[in-house]
Design a protein around this ligand. Structure first.
Ligand code: TXA
Ligand code: MG
Length: 371
């Protein structure tokens, strides 16, 4: 019997097969008249209840009208996502915040002033304007104002409220290029706006402002230290994310699912850099002897030294930004090459490195090896 094709290649069922159109933006940093014309067309698609994937500074989003229940339902169907996992509402001005949230604490305005537009999502009490299909049945709402110029123009052209999860099939790495969106979403959505590679490459930081604890529910580019400095207090990460043995479930529903996973096994290796290099080199030999196709995600200096089938150079070990920027695309490329086992060197866990490790461990099923 033929093995079943991977989920993202199976025939679309329960979703109408669409002719997905790609709009390529010429000047993503400063959209010109032609670009704005294409973005306006995409805005019309959203207003008619359609779905359009678009670039942000973090990852590509799968956008629909956040105020239209049917659009949100279509997003869940296109992604194959459980409908109790709420969507982030993307806005393009601060007035929009007051329309969809209520009892907004002072801290939200401080953080908006400091980090918006940018890669920060705030959880606030919902005013009820955003339907429950978008909020996954919750009375709270996740809100973000992205800084990407194409994203801001697109939100404006669409009426101001775009619900958007990452534009991947549920469970696959988030897409950081338009071609990855097409891999997952071709035929499932109306259009993709190609604005080039995303600047950051990992999803936004999520902070919960609905209770006094102000926990980070998902680490991202805006670190706890940056948030703490702006608010004048210590900011902690949801303990359920840090300790796999923690009895509480992660507060962000999306962090409960296995996520960001490639088809190959991911093995993060911790320890002294020389030991990590030796450990991975030994493991590569064993894996090859076992007939496995091998991959390594490593620092610049070691990229030429490993004997592996696919090697991705991700900059210096203390540079979380470069590692994060290349991580999801490396996982997807290794999938394309049918890599069976992927070793990852010990990139920093400090600052933005916390977010990188959070996603790395999710892709590895929470396990790592000590060199
Ligand atoms: O960078 C990003 O945030 C990207 C881009 C497209 O903006 N979007 C994104 O969306 O990562 P998504 O759907 O892949 O992740 C949204 C996360 C999920 O973990 C979800 O459970 C959580 O936000 N979330 C949404 N609304 C929430 C709420 N009211 N309370 C708690 N968590 C919420
Ligand atoms: Mg996602």
């Amino acid at each position: 019997m033929e093995p079943a094709p991977p989920v993202h290649l199976r025939t679309v069922t329960g979703v109408q097969r669409l002719n997905t159109k790609v709009y390529t933006i010429k000047n993503p940093a400063c959209p010109d008249e032609d670009d704005l014309g294409m973005i306006a067309e995409c805005g019309e698609i959203i207003k008619r209840g359609g779905l359009v994937a678009f670039p942000t500074e973090t990852v590509y989003g799968l956008g629909g009208d956040a105020l239209n229940e049917e659009s949100s339902a279509k997003i869940y169907a296109a992604k194959g996502r459980p409908s109790d996992n709420p969507l982030i509402v993307h806005i393009c001005n601060i007035e929009a915040l007051k329309e969809i949230a209520e009892d907004i604490p002072e801290e939200a305005y401080i953080l908006a002033k400091e980090f918006w537009p940018g890669p920060l999502t705030m959880i606030l009490k919902s005013s009820g304007r955003v339907p429950h299909t978008t909020t996954g049945g919750l009375d709270t709402v996740a809100i973000r104002m992205p800084s990407d110029k194409v994203a801001l123009e697109f939100i404006k052209a669409s009426g101001g409220f775009i619900a958007a999860p990452s534009a991947n099939i549920s469970g696959r790495p988030s897409p950081t290029k338009a071609r990855y969106v097409m891999e997952d979403m071709d035929g499932r959505i109306d259009a993709v706006i190609d604005g080039g590679d995303n600047a950051i490459g990992l999803e936004s930081t999520i902070i919960d402002l609905t209770d006094g604890s102000m926990q980070v529910l998902r680490p991202g580019y805006i670190t706890n230290e940056m948030l703490g400095k702006a608010l004048g207090r210590d900011i902690e990460t949801d303990p359920a994310l840090l300790d796999p043995a923690c009895k509480e479930r992660p507060k962000a529903p999306g962090m409960r699912y296995r996520h960001y996973a490639p088809k190959g096994e991911v093995h993060p290796v911790k320890g002294d850099p020389d030991k990590v290099f030796e450990h991975i080199s030994r493991e590569l030999i064993k894996a090859k002897e076992a007939g496995k196709k091998t991959g390594v995600f490593c620092s610049r200096g070691n990229a030429e030294k490993y004997d592996a089938d696919v090697i991705r150079n991700a900059g210096a070990l203390d540079d979380a930004e470069t590692a994060a920027h290349h991580f999801y695309s490396a996982l997807r490329d290794m999938d394309d090459e049918s890599v069976d086992i992927i070793f990852v060197e010990n990139f920093t866990e400090r600052g933005f490195g916390e977010a990188f490790w959070n996603r790395l461990l999710k892709s590895a099923g929470s396990e790592w090896e000590d060199a």
